[in-house]
Design a binder for this molecule. Sequence first.
Ligand SMILES: Cc1cc2nc3c(=O)[nH]c(=O)nc-3n(C[C@H](O)[C@H](O)[C@H](O)COP(=O)(O)O)c2cc1C
Ligand code: SF4
Length: 524
Amino acid sequence: MTWARRAVPAVAAAVAALAARDLIQRDHALLRNFPVLGRARYLLETIGPELRQYIVAGNNEERPFTRDQRRWVYASAKQENNYFGFGTDNDIEYTPGYPIIKHRTFGRAVPPSSPAAGHDVRLPCAKVLGAARGRARAFRPESVVNISGMSFGSLSGNAITALNKGAALAGCLQNTGEGGLSPYHRNGGELVFQLGTAYFGCRDEHGRFSLDRLKDLVAGAPVKALEIKLSQGAKPSLGGLLPGAKVSAEIAATRGVPAGEDCVSPSRHAEFSDSDSLLDWVELLAAETGLPVGIKSAVGDLGFWQELATLMRDTGRGVDFVTIDGGEGGTGAAPLIFTDSVSLPFQQGFSRVYKIFAEHDLHEQVVFVGAGKLGLPDNAIVAFALGCDLVNVGREAMLAIGCIQAQKCHTDTCPTGVATQNAWLAGGLDPASKAVRAANYLRTLRRDLIRVAEACGVEHPGLIGTDAVEILDGRTGSTPLHEVYGYRPDWGLPSPADRAEIIRLMVPEAPQGGTAPPSATAVG
Ligand SMILES: Cc1cc2nc3c(=O)[nH]c(=O)nc-3n(C[C@H](O)[C@H](O)[C@H](O)COP(=O)(O)O)c2cc1C
Ligand code: SF4
C-alpha cells in the first residue's frame, strides 16, 4: 500500500491548494464562502444541459426564474456569450399568454449593423420626472432600467455597495428600499429614497416621521426622488419585523432604531389615512424638498386608484410617479399565502391602474414605473407597450451579483452573501467585481430593449405601442395587447411633445448604417 501512503498526502495537498485559491479569488462569492465544495455547483452548471437531458428539470421549468432566464442574466453580467443556439425551446404556439412582439419590415428606426452596437447605449426616460407638476428638482432619468427597492437589512452591506456602485457605472438610479439610507448607499450611485411605514432614516426618537430629518438626509446624499411605499406585490398590507438578533449597530444607526431590539414596520402609514391626506403629504414633501414624489403599490381593489385619479384631476394635487409592483414580485420574507395569492400580477394590475389614469386624462403627466420580473427583455417590452416609462429590477440585479436562487433569503444563511447579515457569508461577496457585473447586466438589458424597439421600427422602447404585441391563446389564435387589456389605440405612449423630444435625443447625429453600401442600381 505504498501508493496509498503517497497518494493521500498528494490529494490532501491538492485540495488544500484548491481551497487556498478559492479563498483568495474574488469573482465567486460561493467559492470564497464554500471553498472546493462550491465547485460542485459550477461543475453542475457546466455539464447541466447534458445531465438534464436524462434526469432533471427542463430549461423553462424552474421558478421564479427559469434556468434559461438565469443563464441569460449570468452571462450578460459576466459579459460572456449570452446567445442561445439552435432556436427556441419554448412551446410558443401552445403556451397561453405567450407574448409575441411584432417587428416591422420597413421601420422608421434602422438598427445599426455591428452586433456590439448599442452595448453602451444611452436610454433615458421619455418623460421628465416631476416636470408636469413643476417640481423644483424635476429631472429626466438617465436610464429606463433602474434598481428596485431592497433594504440594507434585507440585503447585506456588500450587496448594497455592489448595486450602488453598479448603478453609478451604468448611470441608473438605485431605490434604497424602506430600510433607510445606509453608508453602503453612498458609493456614487444616485438614489430614490423610499419612505415606508416606519420612516426608517427620517424618524425621531419616538418613531414619528420627521420632516427635518428627511430634509437633512436628502441634502446630504444624491437623492433624486422620494417614493412613498404603500405596498409591495409579494406582501401587500403586511408590515414587517427584523428580529433583534439581526439589528446590528449599523442597521440600527441607518434606521434610527435601538440596536439588538426587534425592529417593527407597521402595516399602515401614520402621516395619512386616505387618498386626500396622501396627496396633501405628497405635496408637502415635494414643496419642502423640491424633489419629485411618487408612490409604490401593488394592485388589488381599484377603489383607491379611482379616488386618487379623481382627486388629482379635480384638485390639482398629484403624484409625480406611480410604481406598480406585480404580485409575482420578490421579498426578503413573507407568508406563502401573500406571495402566492394576494395582489394582481403585473400586467393585469398595471393595465387597470394605467387605464384609470388615462380615463382621467392624467396618463401623460405621470411617470409610470413597473416591477415584477421586468428585468427580462420580453417582460419589459410588454410593460413598455402597456405604458411603463421605467422598469425597476430587483431579483434580476441580485442574480447579476451572484444570487443562485437558493431561496433562503428569509433564513440569514444566503450562501452567496447577497441576502444575509452574517458577516462571514457577506464577506464572500466582493463589491468591486460584482458592481461591474451589475452594470454589465443593466447595460445588456438596455441594449436588448433598444434592439427590440428598433426591430419594431421605433427609436425607444417607450415608443412601442400596444399594436406591436399580441398575446397567444395557446391554441391557434392570438389577441392584440390593447384588446386583451381594453386600451384605446393611443394609450400606452408618452405625449406627442415627449415623443418628439425622445426621438431627438435618441437619433444619433452621425447615422450608424443598417445596410451594406447601396449598389449603383439601388432604387430606394
Ligand atoms: C430581498 C428583497 C427585498 C425587498 N425589499 C423591498 C423594500 O424594502 N421595499 C420595496 O418596496 N420593495 C422591496 N422588494 C421588492 C422589490 O423592490 C421589487 O418590487 C420586486 O421584487 C419585483 O421586482 P423583481 O421581480 O425584479 O424582483 C424587495 C425584494 C426583494 C427580493
Ligand atoms: S438566499 Fe438564495 S435566493 Fe436569496 S439572495 Fe441568497 S442565493 Fe439568492
